[in-house]
Design a binder for this molecule. Structure first.
Ligand code: NAD
Ligand code: UFG
Length: 341
């Protein structure tokens, strides 16, 4: 059985990917410092898969902590590196927090991969590397424009760190997946998106407002150059996104990669405005949302969506679930977690 280390594995995308890994026959070890996740996620994973993965609480940005888990790293067949801070707006306010955590953790992982001859890396990149693209949809060949936020910059720099490191190492191979906007929850509603504190992302803010935990959703900006003035993103069901990791990992393990540092867009290929998301949520759940339009959020771009043809061709992967299904699954998860009937 191939052993895969999942950093950030108790987090939102990590936990859904852990489920898919276990269901695809991989052994999983999770490394996470629980800075934005809860240990109870392991119980959710067990309820779905019957297996509670091995877990180590480690701050990956601190090299003295990673030294403690050398035995785990030694025998791994691959690493999926999710661990990072991810809030665009917060990164504008606290840039050093983001550069320190996101870059140090990646450097640490790469050093350990070299030290213990771990060959295969899947990296969580983001469509934020494109900045505000001039042409849409974006392909992997679209220019990497200046990032609009320190967070986006950490993803640009991370991709460069990975490709520079790979140039110096014959054995190391990596795939960076540029995620668009993952939303929704596992169909069992045993795991979902549960940020600690006030959510920064749109969907948990919507579901927490619908659940009565937040009073009102703020929609950031209505003066964008889009059909209804609100910003456009490419929303993808998190379980579809999780499956892309399995496809990418299998590609590396079976040496089907074309170069040692590959990049794929992972999106649904369709853009929706914030107001369309709100309306779809109201339609599929029957819950009316209390919202107000406020100023734009710093660091936000106007619109982006993916051309994901390359992933479809090379990873034999595409999205299966719709925006409506994703929003309903997010609501089902929120209701189950909060005990709402
Ligand atoms: P998340 O916050 O739910 O998960 C990240 C996990 O990493 C958390 O469990 C957190 O505790 C852990 N972590 C953070 N810093 C750590 C450190 N130094 N050591 C150990 N653990 C640490 O976020 P997510 O939405 O699951 O995102 C996962 C990855 O995907 C991140 O790299 C993020 O930047 C990237 N990404 C996310 C989105 C999105 O919209 N959610 C989009 C594009 C890319
Ligand atoms: N939004 C609101 N109100 C909120 C939260 C968000 O109107 O309370 C809007 C934002 O302004 C944006 C859209 O909803 O227009 C989506 O915002 P999110 O915060 O959910 O997502 P972002 O696109 O800003 O960023 C997310 C992740 C990043 C990732 C990026 C990839 O947080 O880590 O998707 O597109 F890189």
């Amino acid at each position: 059985m191939k052993k895969i280390i999942v950093t950030g594995g108790t987090g939102y995308i990590g936990s859904h990917t852990v489920v898919e890994l276990i269901e695809s026959g991989f052994e999983v070890v999770i490394l996470d410092n629980l800075s934005n996740s809860n240990i109870d996620v392991l119980d959710g994973i067990k309820k779905i898969t019957g297996i509670k993965p091995e877990f180590y609480k480690v701050d990956l940005a601190d090299s003295s902590e990673t030294d403690k888990i050398s035995d785990v790293l030694k025998n791994a067949d691959g690493i999926i590196h999710f661990a990072a801070y991810k809030a665009v707006g917060e990164s504008v306010k606290y840039p050093l927090k983001y550069y320190k955590n996101n870059l140090n953790s990646l450097i640490n992982i790469l050093e350990n991969m070299q030290k213990y001859s771990v060959k295969n890396l899947i990296f969580s990149s983001s469509c934020t590397v494109y900045g505000q693209p001039k042409e849409l949809p974006v392909t992997e060949q679209s220019p990497i424009l200046k990032a609009d936020s320190p967070y986006g910059n950490t993803k640009q720099i991370s991709e460069e760190i990975i490709s520079d490191t790979i140039k110096t190492s014959e054995k190391l191979k990596a795939i960076s997946l540029r995620y668009f906007n993952p939303i929704g929850a596992h169909e069992s509603a045993e795991i979902g998106e549960l940020p600690l504190g006030v959510p920064d992302n749109l969907i948990p803010y919507i579901t927490q407002t619908a659940a009565g935990i937040r009073e009102q959703l703020s929609i950031f900006g209505s003066d964008y150059n889009t059909p209804d003035g609100t910003a456009i993103r490419d929303y993808i069901h998190v379980s579809d996104l999780a499956k892309a990791h399995i496809a990418a990992l299998k590609r590396l393990i079976s040496n089907k990669n074309k170069t040692n540092s590959e990049v794929f867009n992972i999106g649904a290929g369709k853009g929706n405005t914030v107001l369309e998301v709100v309306k779809t949520f109201e339609e599929v759940t029957g819950v009316k949302l209390n919202y107000q339009i406020v100023d734009r959020r710093q660091g936000d771009i106007e619109k982006i969506w993916a051309n994901a043809d390359l992933a479809q061709k090379e990873l034999i992967w595409e999205t299966e679930k719709s925006l409506a299904e994703a929003l309903l699954s997010a609501w089902n998860w929120e209701k189950k977690y909060r005990g709402i009937k």
